[in-house]
Design a protein around this ligand. Structure first.
Ligand SMILES: CC(=O)N[C@H]1[C@@H](OP(=O)(O)OP(=O)(O)OC[C@H]2O[C@@H](n3ccc(=O)[nH]c3=O)[C@H](O)[C@@H]2O)O[C@H](CO)[C@H](O)[C@@H]1O
Ligand SMILES: [Mn+2]
Length: 343
């Protein structure tokens, strides 16, 4: 009798179990398909919500195309590489109307010859279609800026006075207090939505667009991306306020290009300039001048909200590694001994 029951139980189990599993697999598949479908619908809906009038035909499925590089910092700020963003979507998110942008550049002493090619390339490739005031800070303010096409009526050059110092490093680091003064005193009589500054020994080679717009922006120095922290040329002397220990800092950022919302840039410039002055009062100049203080600020005070990849400042005489598809901005090869003096 017991044997009979056991047999029935066995038959029931053998029949029901596969049916149950088949059912499970089927519903799971259905759920997944639904879930993917919903996700896709949601994404499309979100995009059209964020960007009214955005052409749906331009919508391309989002997929992780860059797996060869880090695309997020540990504090979840994007690291912008080619392929990590859709230019049309980013453009639609930042409509050019009513957006004002400043790009400030210093041309002091024998750097004047960099200005014309810089402006020509920036006029063409820096935020095309947006209102940009290219602010040229120079001791030669009475002279005409080179006449170049800047790509539209909302794009102008404004010459502003800057002091010339004897030492190269002084000219480089003194950019900070001058920019601070310009922004704090509202010397341009308008507050831009975004403020950027860049070295003059640079050439734009491809579009640098609204993907760079964020609260506090910097870039990965091309010489140190992918290298370990122990190789970063942070200031290692404890006497300097730019000091970072072997366990501090995540990336090495270059000093050539940074920006963001004016308030955030002002806060950063104030802190860096105060530290530079404090160091100077004790006879210390950080190893890479203001760049060392910027790295200290980003490491310990406030991390950037967006990090540009080395595409945004590659060295013109360096080969491109596979991760750098192309350089949007090149730093021009120059004779540092001649321009920097003894350093
Ligand atoms: C690619 C990069 O991250 N470059 C940084 C690097 O050296 P760099 O060798 O790139 O510095 P640099 O010689 O280009 O000087 C920085 C900039 O200051 C201006 N300038 C400088 C000297 C001068 O006599 N006249 C003049 O106009 C000019 O705009 C120049 O481009 O380290 C410097 C440390 O201070 C700055 O942080 C630079 O931004
Ligand atoms: Mn430079």
């Amino acid at each position: 009798m017991e044997k009979k029951y056991l047999l029935i139980l066995l038959v029931i189990t053998l029949v029901l179990l596969p049916v149950h599993f088949l059912q499970k697999i089927f519903t799971l598949h259905k759920q997944c398909t639904n879930c993917f479908f919903l996700q896709e619908k949601h994404m499309v809906k979100e995009k059209s919500f964020l960007t009214p009038g955005f052409n749906m035909d331009e919508f391309t499925a989002i997929q992780q195309t860059r797996v060869d590089v880090l695309t997020l910092t540990p504090w979840i700020a994007p690291i912008v590489w080619d392929g990590t963003f859709d230019p049309a979507v980013v453009h639609a998110l930042h409509p050019p109307d009513n957006l004002s942008i400043i790009l400030a550049v210093f041309v002091v002493g024998n750097y004047w010859s960099f200005l014309q090619p810089f402006l020509e390339s920036a006029g063409k490739y820096f935020m095309p279609g947006y209102n940009v005031t290219f602010v040229v800070l120079t001791e030669r303010v009475g002279e005409n800026a080179p006449t170049v096409s800047l790509g539209g009526p909302g794009r102008t050059v404004k010459m502003m006075q800057a002091e010339k110092f004897d030492a190269w490093h002084e000219n480089a680091l003194r950019r900070m207090p001058r920019l601070l003064q310009m922004l704090e005193d509202n010397e341009l009589h308008f507050k831009p939505d975004y403020f950027f500054t860049i070295d003059v020994d640079m050439l734009f080679k491809a579009e640098v667009g609204p993907e760079i717009l964020s609260d506090l922006v910097t870039f990965l120095h091309p010489g140190y991306f992918g290298t370990s922290r122990s190789h970063f040329p942070y200031e290692r002397r404890q006497a300097s306020l730019a000091y970072l220990s072997q366990t501090q800092g995540t990336f090495y950022f270059g000093g050539a290009f940074y920006g963001g919302h004016p308030e955030s840039v002002i806060a950063m410039l104030r802190q860096c300039w105060a530290n530079l002055q404090d160091d100077a009062s004790r006879g210390i100049i950080a190893v890479w001048n203001e760049e060392s203080h910027l790295n200290h600020y980003f490491a310990l005070k406030r991390p950037p909200t967006l990090v540009l990849s080395p595409e945004y400042c590659w060295a013109s005489n360096w080969a491109l590694p596979s991760q750098v598809h192309f350089a949007r901005v090149f730093s021009v090869a120059k004779n540092n001994f001649r321009l920097h003096g003894k350093r």
